[in-house]
Write a protein that binds this ligand. Structure first.
Ligand code: DGY
Length: 323
């Protein structure tokens, strides 16, 4: 029996590409070129499985009048707000993601951003590299302490919980949580976290706010001008979730006017574009969507995506089916 034809839309870690090639008739993307909407549609019509990533535009319109050969779209990544789930379901396509394997890695990066923004590490690095450092002095690049402060976590899934552990056990932080549904008492108890009923009630209480909720329309501009106005002028916002969760124009204004003290961002509304106002803010630490970028995690994500299509082609329901 011939092997299923599988397309990897981007370059994957070599060991995962090798594993994929042993199992399937794989087409890789050695140039790592982003595919257009038309390319994706063509792939869905010509392959048995398409293994996509966050850079693929699989939003509404992708599935309109499509005659898919592919019955599975396996996303390499946990977030899937770039995929029109309803459209895929209507077209009879199973969608999967890669949860769990990137929890620690993403929480590590959220903590990195929190620390960098608090301690003005981006500004310091730019100063040293520009040859502008004039030496130690008592008032140079004064940041804010992290230990013992209050961290608000919006979205308390697996990554949010991993962030809470780092902040609580590593830095003695008090944890406040806002989540759509009630969080189980034993999960809150692990880090002494307290669940707050609304975002409005959480924001004024926090020295740091870290976003760990899903993206997509449901959370678009969850952090907007009004809510930024509820944050403390000394507070720092961290976003490793999805760019659309924050209104970037409003954030740029808040950072410039001193409404909040700083931000650490790994994700942006129109990646790889960054709002020009944000780029002007010295008090923003900006990273290029690298929350899951360790070799261990990227291999783990690839293997998890492969497991999903293996299960699918074995006639099982893939473990990480999301529709
Ligand atoms: C994820 O896994 O969601 C990362 O953000 C890459 O898509």
């Amino acid at each position: 029996m011939s092997k299923p034809k599988v397309l990897l839309t981007r370059k994957w870690p070599a060991s995962v590409e090798a594993a994929a090639s042993r199992l399937f008739d794989v087409t890789v993307n050695p140039d790592d070129r982003p595919l257009s909407r038309a390319d994706i549609r063509e792939a869905l019509e010509n392959y048995d499985a398409v293994m996509a990533t966050v850079t693929d535009d699989v939003k509404s319109g992708t599935f309109t009048n499509l005659k898919p050969k592919a019955k599975i779209l396996a996303n390499y990544g946990v977030g899937y707000s770039h995929i029109d789930l309803e459209g895929a379901t209507a077209a009879g396509i199973t969608v999967t993601n890669t949860p769990d394997v990137l929890n620690d890695c993403t929480a590590d990066l959220a903590m990195t951003l929190l620390m960098m923004a608090a301690r003005r590490a981006g500004e310091g690095e730019r100063e040293v590299r520009a040859g502008k450092w004039t030496g130690w002095r008592p008032t140079h690049l004064i940041g804010t302490s992290v230990t013992g402060k209050t961290l608000g976590i919006i979205g308390f899934g697996r990554i949010g919980q991993a962030m809470a552990r780092r902040a609580h056990f590593g830095f003695g932080m008090k944890i406040l949580v806002q989540s759509r549904s009630p969080v189980a008492a034993d999960i809150l108890a692990e880090t002494g976290a307290v669940q707050v009923d609304t975002v409005e009630n959480l924001l004024p209480e926090c020295d740091f706010v870290s976003l760990h909720c899903p993206g997509g329309d449901v959370n678009r501009h969850l952090i907007n001008a009004e809510r930024l106005g509820l944050m403390r002028s000394t507070a720092i916002l961290v976003n490793t979730a999805r760019g659309e969760v924050v209104d970037e124009a409003a954030l740029a204004e808040a950072l410039k006017s001193g409404e909040i003290a700083g931000a650490g961002l790994d994700v942006f509304e129109e990646e790889p574009k960054v709002h020009p106002g944000i780029l002007e803010c010295e008090n923003a630490v900006l990273l290029p969507h690298m929350g899951s970028s360790t070799s261990e995690t990227r291999v783990g994500m690839g293997m998890r995506a492969l497991r999903n299509i293996e299960q699918f082609f074995n006639g099982e329901v893939p473990g990480d089916k999301v529709n």
